[in-house]
Structure formats: structure tokens, C-alpha cells
Design a protein around this ligand. Structure first.
Ligand SMILES: Cc1cc2nc3c(=O)[nH]c(=O)nc-3n(C[C@H](O)[C@H](O)[C@H](O)COP(=O)(O)OP(=O)(O)OC[C@H]3O[C@@H](n4cnc5c(N)ncnc54)[C@H](O)[C@@H]3O)c2cc1C
Ligand code: SF4
Length: 335
């Protein structure tokens, strides 16, 4: 048993006073598990649940602001989200279980850690958990690991479903820290592992995610979140695809795509998205887009199947979005 201090500040300024070895506690569905497994060993736990970040509100530009402490369940069920951002509601509902979504928060979802088995086992070498100790997943059991954005130091997949929809929606993350406030595009929020795989995202010490902003919704019915997983009840993605298309008279005016389950961060390739501009949906177009998205994919011992499976999931998702028949997360049959 490791001891740690616990505080529940009432203001952002108090919460952000940076201290070494501090972790913020939101819903606790990831952090507490990691502390129990001795993977996370914070000296200070700062419980942020009393901070004023519990609301979903309209933005003056017609978009929406999602408070970081709104639960995933409340976000997915909120009428402004289901009406204007069904892609986001769908991706959230594809993740975890109802019980987890009732506890998990939007800020926590962004900052959840990888599900790499070796990361969760302090007896194994893991550069992300313990810098410069090696990577047991390389050449190990790595069927669930990433094929895109990997490095010699780490091949761990970024596990969120919600973040794939946020990437496709080009969301913006609002941060508050000891140096003040700043915003960053969700697409730039998570880091590639490179040779610093312990760094999951661009948060500085003491910085808190306060809210996520969505621009006015552009896709109408032309969106989908398609998730392939080992079991339908709840499981992390083997491959997932979030797609939104702006369509006019049968043509795609602009497309937005994010891949999950296959990369070390939400995977977006602007050159692949640009291939869709002004084009009519077709098998050859969607194949080209999939090929461009997978460019540079590298398999390790057990995960080559992801490289074969992903283009098919991308193509199916693009057809679902183009025809305005998004994947249902209730009846999970893939059509
Ligand atoms: C059994 C199970 C199945 C799951 N399945 C899925 C799935 O299929 N898809 C999926 O996407 N997710 C899944 N999850 C993960 C789940 O979505 C995350 O655990 C959850 O979103 C984390 O949110 P939280 O509020 O509980 O975060 P916490 O556990 O409280 O925190 C997680 C991390 O985020 C940091 N943090 C939290 N809030 C903030 C903030 N506002 N600013 C800065 N840092 C912050 C914490 O310090 C901590 O490092 C699953 C989890 C479990 C336990
Ligand atoms: S893939 Fe990353 S998280 Fe997994 S063992 Fe290697 S360094 Fe650790």
C-alpha cells in the first residue's frame, strides 16, 4: 500500500498549482485501476469533481461546449448532442459499458491511458510506464497493438472511442494551467510515442482540461462510427472508423475521417480526406482513401490482420456515411 495526499479543491486556480507527482481524479475508472495495479504511483491525488466543469452549453457560433466533468453517459444522452452531433453520441455509446459511462468523464476519456497488457503489469518492461526499460510488446503478444504511428520505443494503441468522433468533428480542447489558458486542436492533443512514449499528450504539469468545443455540426445524416471488436457487449476497438461527410447533390464536398484501434493516437490524414473533395462516392475512390490512410502501416508479431481488416472497415464506414445510414450502436449488425 502506497500513501498519497488527497485534496478536493473548489477552484481551478487551487487545482492547477502544479506539484510533482500529482494526478487529477475525475470519474476514477482508469486512474484508480492503475493505482491499484501499482502502475500509477501519485504522491498527490487532486480530486477535480468540485470544479465548475459539469455543463454542456451552446456557443455563440452555433457550436457546443462540453464540460470536462460531464459524464460520457450524460454527454451521449444530451439532446443538443443527439440532435446536432449524433456521430459523437454514437462513438461514446460504442465504448465501455453503461456502468463505466455513468462514471467516466469527458476529460478523463481524453486522458485515459493505453490498454497495452504489458503497461498494466509492473513486472514487464515498458517504456511508457518506466522510461527506458524497453518494450515487452515488441515481439510479444501484440495482436491488439498499433500499426500506425508506432516507434521502436512503443507500439501501444490509443484506446478511446469518443476521441475518434472528436477528431472527425475537428474539436478543440480548452486547457487551464499555472501559465493561464490555452486551446489546442484535438487532432494535435495526443502525442506520437517517438522516443518519449511516457508522454501521452501535450498537457503540462498542473494543466487541466476544462472543456471541449465543437464547431457547428456540418454533416447532417452523413456520418457513422463503425467499431470492430472482439465481443459486442463491451470491448476496446480492434479497428474503428469515425466518418463525417458534407454532401451536396450526391457529391462529397468535404470529408473527415479518424481511425481508432490501429494507431498510437486518433489517426487522421488530411491528404486522404482531401481525396474526397468534390467526388461522387465510388468503390475505387473509397479504396484509394483507405490506402492513403494506411500508408506506412507496420505490423509486429501478431497484428498484421489489422492491416488487412482496416481498409474494409474504412470502405464500409464511408458507404454508411455517404448513404446516410449510420451504424446503430443498439442493433450492432453491420450493414
Ligand atoms: C471495463 C472498462 C471498459 C472500457 N471500455 C472502453 C471502450 O470500449 N472505449 C473507450 O473509449 N473507453 C473505454 N474504457 C475507458 C473509459 O472510457 C475511461 O476509463 C474513462 O473515460 C476515463 O474517465 P474518468 O473520468 O474515469 O477518468 P479518470 O480515471 O479519473 O482519469 C483518467 C486520467 O485522466 C486524467 N484526467 C481526468 N480528467 C482530467 C482533466 N479534466 N484534465 C486533465 N487530466 C484529467 C487523470 O489524471 C488520469 O490520468 C473502459 C474502461 C473500463 C474500466
Ligand atoms: S507498447 Fe508501449 S505501453 Fe506497451 S509495453 Fe511497449 S512501451 Fe509499454
Amino acid at each position: 500500500m502506497r500513501s498519497f495526499s488527497y485534496a478536493r479543491p473548489a477552484t481551478l486556480a487551487e487545482a492547477c498549482r502544479s506539484a510533482e507527482h500529482t494526478r487529477f481524479l475525475a470519474g476514477g475508472t482508469n486512474l484508480i485501476d492503475l493505482m491499484k495495479s501499482d502502475v500509477e504511483r501519485p504522491a498527490h491525488v487532486v480530486d477535480i469533481k468540485s470544479l465548475p466543469m459539469h455543463h454542456i452549453v451552446d456557443r455563440p457560433d452555433g457550436g457546443l461546449r462540453l464540460g470536462a466533468l460531464v459524464t460520457n453517459a450524460d454527454t451521449a444522452a444530451h439532446p443538443l448532442v443527439t440532435d446536432r452531433y449524433p456521430l459523437l453520441a454514437s462513438a461514446i455509446l460504442a465504448g465501455a459499458s453503461p456502468q463505466i459511462r455513468n462514471m467516466a468523464t469527458n476529460g478523463g476519456n481524453l486522458n485515459q491511458r493505453t490498454r497495452c497488457h504489458y503497461f498494466y503489469d509492473p513486472a514487464m518492461a515498458c517504456n511508457k510506464r518506466s522510461p527506458d526499460t524497453g518494450c515487452a510488446a515488441r515481439g510479444g503478444r501484440n495482436r491488439i497493438m498499433a500499426v500506425l504511428g508506432t516507434s521502436d520505443a512503443c507500439i501501444a494503441t490509443f484506446p478511446s472511442d469518443m476521441c475518434m468522433a472528436l477528431a472527425a468533428l475537428n474539436a478543440t480542447v480548452n486547457l487551464h494551467g499555472p501559465q493561464g489558458e490555452r486551446t489546442v486542436s484535438l487532432r494535435d492533443y495526443h502525442c506520437l510515442p517517438g522516443d518519449t512514449p511516457w508522454r501521452d499528450n501535450i498537457l503540462q504539469p498542473g494543466e487541466i482540461v476544462t472543456a471541449i468545443d465543437l464547431a457547428p455540426a456540418p454533416f447532417g445524416p452523413h456520418h457513422t462510427y463503425l467499431k470492430i471488436r472482439d465481443r459486442l457487449s463491451f470491448a476496446f476497438a480492434i479497428v474503428s472508423v469515425a466518418v463525417g461527410l458534407q454532401m451536396k447533390e450526391g457529391r462529397i464536398m468535404r470529408g473527415s475521417i479518424a481511425l481508432g484501434g490501429v494507431a498510437t493516437k486518433p489517426w487522421c490524414v488530411p491528404e486522404a480526406e482531401a481525396l474526397l473533395d468534390g467526388r461522387a462516392p465510388s468503390h475505387s475512390l473509397f479504396r484509394d482513401v483507405a490506402e492513403r490512410l494506411l500508408h506506412g502501416a507496420v505490423a509486429d508479431r501478431d497484428n498484421a490482420a489489422k492491416i488487412r481488416l482496416t481498409p474494409r472497415v474504412i470502405e464500409r464506414a464511408l458507404w454508411q456515411a455517404a448513404s446516410g445510414t449510420p451504424q446503430s450502436q443498439m442493433d450492432k449488425t453491420i450493414r
